[in-house]
Ligand binder design. Structure first.
Ligand SMILES: NC(=O)c1ccc[n+]([C@@H]2O[C@H](COP(=O)([O-])OP(=O)(O)OC[C@H]3O[C@@H](n4cnc5c(N)ncnc54)[C@H](OP(=O)(O)O)[C@@H]3O)[C@@H](O)[C@H]2O)c1
Length: 251
């Protein structure tokens, strides 16, 4: 019960990494608030996580929803201790096929979403609280067809350091988790066809030194570490959860 008495917000908490994190933080004693875009999915997830969980419909790509987030949260809580800014998805296209809608969609949810979520939650955060952003290994490699997604995640990587610098005086630590390939609904919800997803996942796993995709729970455990006082002297950094990809070569 590392988080007894704490209140945690997990954006994009209805699936994958966010849902696994919400479950783990709840098991560790935190009251958890999740967001998602769909009332039905939010309600189902709240019922699944159970004890003391609150679900909010809030679209991290919508400026109206982002600017209403503080007000919405205040209807349920007066303070927060942990915020995992996780909501997101990926779209892929070669350079010549990228259009403004693709650019806006990625930058809205990942860059604008992260920036204004943090802006909205800071007034609710207590001294000794923790914000964890979700970046990606794509910031470390040049992955074909991912220029917009990778650039957006690179912006989030940059926020990790600037937010950390600005928020240290308020007693708020900002860090990020950087997942490698993780088995979630992420690839199915991208704009890749089922065939492309199957091809990508089968060709990707052998490139990971640990020869497999990670699980959402393996990422959640690192978020728990960054959320708790176990990481009390860690700030402004990214922790990779990537099975060694792309840093280590085993052959
Ligand atoms: N899986 C990977 O390999 C991997 C690797 C690196 C980084 N990541 C990052 O990890 C994060 C979570 O992805 P995942 O793999 O867990 O995928 P996932 O299983 O598809 O979950 C995505 C979550 O984000 C929510 N979401 C998406 N867009 C949203 C929006 N505009 N507003 C609010 N919630 C939104 C979804 O909820 P609703 O659909 O119910 O709204 C869902 O709860 C993303 O930021 C992704 O970029 C994933």
């Amino acid at each position: 019960m590392k988080l007894k008495g704490k209140i945690a917000l997990v954006t994009g908490g209805t699936s994958g990494i966010g849902k696994a994190t919400a479950q783990l933080l709840s098991e560790q004693g935190a009251q958890v608030i999740i967001t998602g875009r769909n009332q039905e999915t939010v309600d189902l997830t709240v019922a699944e996580i159970g004890y003391n969980t609150i679900g909010l419909v809030s679209d991290a790509g919508s400026m109206n929803d982002l600017l209403n987030l503080n007000h919405l949260l205040r209807q349920y809580v007066t303070q927060l201790d942990i915020v995992f800014v996780n909501a997101g998805f990926g779209k892929y296209a070669p350079l010549e096929q990228i259009d403004e809608a693709h650019y806006n969609e990625m930058f809205d949810v990942l860059v604008k979403g992260t920036l204004f979520t943090v802006q909205q939650v800071v007034p609710l955060l207590q001294t000794d609280s923790s914000i964890i952003l979700n970046t990606s290994i794509v910031t470390e490699i040049g992955m074909a067809n991912s220029s917009v997604y990778s650039a957006a995640k690179a912006a989030v990587q940059s926020f990790t350091k600037t937010f950390a610098a600005e928020l240290i005086p308020k007693g708020i630590r900002v860090n990020a988790v950087s997942p490698g390939p993780i088995t979630t609904n992420y690839f199915d919800r991208s704009n890749l066809s089922a065939e492309q997803v199957a091809q990508f996942t089968s060709s990707f796993a052998p490139q990971v030194p640990m020869q497999r995709f990670g699980t959402a729970k393996e990422v959640a455990q690192v978020v728990l570490f960054l959320a708790s006082s176990d990481s009390s002297f860690i700030v402004g950094t990214e922790v990779s959860v990537d099975g060694g990809f792309p840093k280590i070569k085993t052959t």
